[in-house]
Design a protein around this ligand. Structure first.
Ligand SMILES: [Zn+2]
Length: 507
């Protein structure tokens, strides 16, 4: 029996937030240890670990042991104790396997047969700027030099030379919204088995561009030709994987923002040539990837005009900058204020405001209360709260599973939550920050965004997977935040200031 060790260890880090992401922050989202618990946790989810199980469990000669699954809401760097726990758990499992092999008179170098890991790639930890690079280096030092280390990664991986050097093969996602966690992980697991069986020899090359890539859907018209080309490249004979990864500029790291990656079957010169060629052509189009958004008031005027001209509801207003998925506070009320002023029938998903949730619970269902909505975490950035008289409509424990193709079946926790109404606007207030990308957040309260004239979501891109099928039109709205979609809006300490589009800016 060949043993493959596995884990999920993810966090997308935003270094502009201060503080650290603690064990408690992981416990609010995913902090699961032990094989049985991990398998039970992911039972309904179309994610990486279930894909690994689906490929490897049916094989009689192989077993996969998932040790843990860790993930938290995107936030500041990972606390040292959490990073050490993840690394230490993996290293201990490797040592245990080797000791067991020795006791059985086998060669300890032969175990584990491989590592198959689900990482994010834009993690910073307290003592590790390139957290996954250092994590992979630790794993590489603990296993036999020939032991394959296969890793799935987010599209927003900061693709460093160290990550590429320590892993055998890296499998970043292809799409944004990320609708391909499961399929991408199937591909990685199958390629690992092919490698272990000697059917392929992965040869991986990367090419990093001197460019901070903005938060851009892969279906955006400026990128669509490249998306199609990358899709076709993945179908070519001898190509095991090909991607363009975006990096995560708010991690404010030194390396790895926009990178091409090609893995061939045993042909490194071809992999490098293809990676170089694709990178150069993407760089030549760099100006086209940056786009303008509406201000909140402009967006409401445009929504009214569209509805008056017969565009079907809902008009979806995406607060693309105050996206908790980029580490933003999720409590900027600028768009909410504009919606209240516009007085169109509307829904707002969702505002992080534990204080107002408590006030709503004290007030009682059906009653009115004056609330200071949002604007509490970083009033220096968001401009502070909006005061409004609200009617309390519903309470909820706030758990739901995504219904659409993004994080399908994955549990989302809003914490203690309430639905309140200000004028014509129904607002979900929550106590845990989580990206409300899926319509399931509104369905939890019995709301039907499919027929509401205006629906606001705090999400940069992932909401498109759920809302594009029903939206009459989508308008991107810009508000102030520490997790914006445009790299020019932040003041970097570590990122290369000579990279596009930072050159010449007074940052
Ligand atoms: Zn991502």
């Amino acid at each position: 029996m060949k043993t493959i060790l596995s884990c999920q260890f993810k966090l997308e880090c935003n270094r502009f937030l201060g503080l650290v992401t603690t064990r408690e922050d992981f416990e609010k989202r995913e902090f699961v240890f032990g094989e049985e618990n991990v398998r039970a946790y992911f039972k309904e989810a179309k994610m990486e670990l279930p894909a690994f199980f689906d490929v490897i469990d049916p094989l009689p000669d192989y077993e996969i042991r998932p040790l843990f699954a860790l993930n938290a809401q995107p936030g500041p760097p990972v606390a040292k104790d959490v990073y050490d726990l993840a690394e230490g758990t993996m290293l201990q499992a490797i040592r245990d396997l080797k000791a067991q092999a020795q006791a059985e008179g086998k060669d300890p170098a032969s175990v584990p047969s491989a590592l198959l890991l689900a990482l994010h790639g834009a993690m910073v930890a307290e003592e590790h700027e390139d957290a996954e690079g250092d994590f992979l280096e630790s794993m590489r030092n603990a296993v036999d030099p020939d032991c394959p280390i296969f890793v799935t990664l987010d599209l927003h991986v900061n693709m460093t030379k160290k990550k590429a050097a320590q892993a055998t093969a890296l499998f970043p996602l292809e799409f944004y919204p990320h609708t391909d966690f499961y399929e991408n992980a199937l591909k990685a697991a199958r390629c690992l088995i092919d490698t272990l069986e000697g059917r392929v020899v992965p040869a991986m090359a990367i090419h990093e561009l001197p460019m901070l890539f903005p938060t851009l859907p892969t279906g955006h018209e400026s990128f669509l030709p490249f998306r199609e080309e990358i899709g076709a490249l993945n179908q070519e004979p001898g190509i095991l994987h090909a991607r363009f990864t975006h990096g995560f500029f708010a991690a404010d790291v030194r390396e790895g923002f926009g990178t091409t990656l090609v893995i061939t079957d045993n042909d490194l010169p071809r992999a490098q040539r293809l990676a170089d060629d694709l990178a150069e052509r993407i760089y030549a189009k760099r100006r086209s990837f940056y786009r303008d958004c509406f201000t909140p008031d402009e967006a409401l005027r445009e929504a009214r005009r569209l509805l008056d001209s017969g565009v079907h509801p809902p008009i979806v207003l995406a607060d693309v900058n105050d996206n908790p998925g980029s580490g933003s506070t999720q409590d900027n009320p600028e768009l909410l204020r504009a919606m209240i002023d516009a007085d169109l029938p509307a829904m707002f998903s969702t505002l992080f405001d534990p204080e107002s949730v408590e006030r709503a619970y004290e007030t009682g269902l059906g009653n009115e209360v004056e609330l200071d909505l949002g604007g509490k975490l970083r009033p220096d950035v968001t401009g502070g709260p909006v005061r409004a008289k609200a009617r309390v409509l519903q309470y909820s424990g706030g758990n739901y599973r995504n219904e659409g193709t993004f994080l399908h079946g994955v549990l989302h926790r809003l914490g203690k939550a309430a639905l309140v109404e200000v004028g014509n606007v129904k607002i979900i207030l929550c106590s845990i920050r989580v990206q409300p990308a899926d319509r399931a957040a509104l369905h939890l309260f019995g709301l039907e965004p499919e027929t509401c004239p205006v629906v606001a979501v705090k999400s940069a891109v992932h909401y498109r997977a759920s809302y594009e099928p029903v939206a009459g039109r989508i308008l991107e709205v810009s508000t102030k935040s520490l997790g914006p979609i445009d790299p020019r809006a932040l003041h970097y300490e570590h990122a290369p200031k000579d990279a596009y589009p930072l050159q010449g800016l007074d940052l």
